[in-house]
Design a protein around this ligand. Sequence first.
Ligand SMILES: Cc1cc2nc3c(=O)[nH]c(=O)nc-3n(C[C@H](O)[C@H](O)[C@H](O)COP(=O)(O)OP(=O)(O)OC[C@H]3O[C@@H](n4cnc5c(N)ncnc54)[C@H](O)[C@@H]3O)c2cc1C
Length: 481
Amino acid sequence: MIIKDNIDEFYSYLTDAGNLKGYAVKLFLPESINELNETVNFCFLNNLNITMSGAGTGTTGGRVALDGVIISSEKLNKIISFDEKKLLIEVESGVTLNQIYDFLADKNCFYAPNPTESNSTIGGNIANNSSGARSFKYGPTRNYIQKLEIILSNGDVLNLDRNQKANDNIYEIIGNSGRSYKFQIPNFEYPKTKNSTGYFLNDGMDLIDLFIGNEGTLGIISKVTLKLTEKPENILGFLAFFENYESSLEFVNYLRNQKTNQNEKLCRLIEFFDFHSLALINKKMQSIPKLAQAAIWFEIESNHENSDAIIEDIFTKIQEFTNLADDTILAQSQNEHRLLTDFRHALPLEVNDIVSKSGFRKIGTDTAVPEKYFKEFFEFMNSTFINSGIEYVIFGHIGDCHLHGNLFPKNQTQFEIALEIYKEIIKKTIEFKGSVSAEHGIGKIKKQYFEMMIGADNINKMKEIKKIFDEKNILGIGNLF
Ligand SMILES: Cc1cc2nc3c(=O)[nH]c(=O)nc-3n(C[C@H](O)[C@H](O)[C@H](O)COP(=O)(O)OP(=O)(O)OC[C@H]3O[C@@H](n4cnc5c(N)ncnc54)[C@H](O)[C@@H]3O)c2cc1C
């Protein structure tokens, strides 16, 4: 195992894509699950705080240690087994999305959740219950976790299977040591939107769900079995441009409610780009029409028989909403799809680049609201951003009423104004019964908003649950609360 105790040699592990800076005394890079287990035991005996690190693409400081040691999963990168018939793949937690995509490229199935940053690890995705554009149809990471192996801070190992249920409001799991971890499930009401805020707790819940979205605070994910989905025969991608926001939002309303003959959602993803986003990525894609104020990227799964009819119907529909219909980009081949995926991916990369050059930490919303409030919410965010005079972009998962509004303050005064604006957006989200973090998690930078959303009493209930699994309180310190 590689161990680094000279901070200059592991400096890059002391931050993440959100640009928060941290500190640690040591970095461990275990090369097997046994070594991971040994490292955890060593830390427990020596009362060392442990922060787990995946690929560091998180945006909320989750992997940024404040003290103690960092354990990186990057050498735990083996694909353990694959069962094409049962549509299951078992991997170590440091395996990246790119590794999974490459492995499945020539198979007849795919891993449905697709957080935009494919360098991220599956462990990081599970710890944050990450989502991607395709979550519009397929849901978040949570829905694709069949089995989890968790190492607790005391070294005990939990093997969780999707079919194990909580009973009569009691959560109970027995560790490999024979020890029981048990508590009464508190009654929480979660937003009925995409959500990545703290522990998942529900009467009758699957035991495994507690460990999805816990942000490295309850246990360390060592191994996971993921559920796969059969590949569709064909995928149609569209990038449509609009002369104003109103018509783009109306078009999204239309798309959101379209169903297939099997009564499934017609689109598997619906993504939004505002004018400023288009300006930011214009360098990479010259085919953006000059009059475009907004764009919508969407994908539809089809087969060889119905593809032409779908394309014709969609083009007719687009013409009803925009005069820029002729500029619509259609993707069918792998290269054409890659162009649209790269276009979407370029945006958060540009955003993170601006943030890291600015020297300020990221101020980007990750909120989702119920559909009935979305238009009002969008108008509130857009007008507040315009009035601030601070540069910004708004883009993201509009199918799920979940947008990323990023402000780019240039000096301390603008930074403080941006923080106030952020708080206003959070208040509006809570007023509309939405989630203050739909996919990026709470980490270290969104704790006050998490508390605004669920209240101090509920935070205390979560802290009590943490004590049951992490008796010395050494895991993921500073995350969530
Ligand atoms: C360009 C860009 C685009 C992005 N797009 C999306 C998106 O579309 N959707 C989305 O949801 N997110 C997105 N993100 C955020 C980020 O990619 C996700 O949060 C991702 O899941 C983080 O994975 P990671 O491996 O980088 O984890 P890290 O950043 O290293 O860690 C994230 C959290 O997971 C914990 N953790 C990591 N590994 C383990 C483990 N083995 N056991 C226990 N805890 C662990 C860490 O302690 C930390 O709290 C984006 C980020 C970037 C930079």
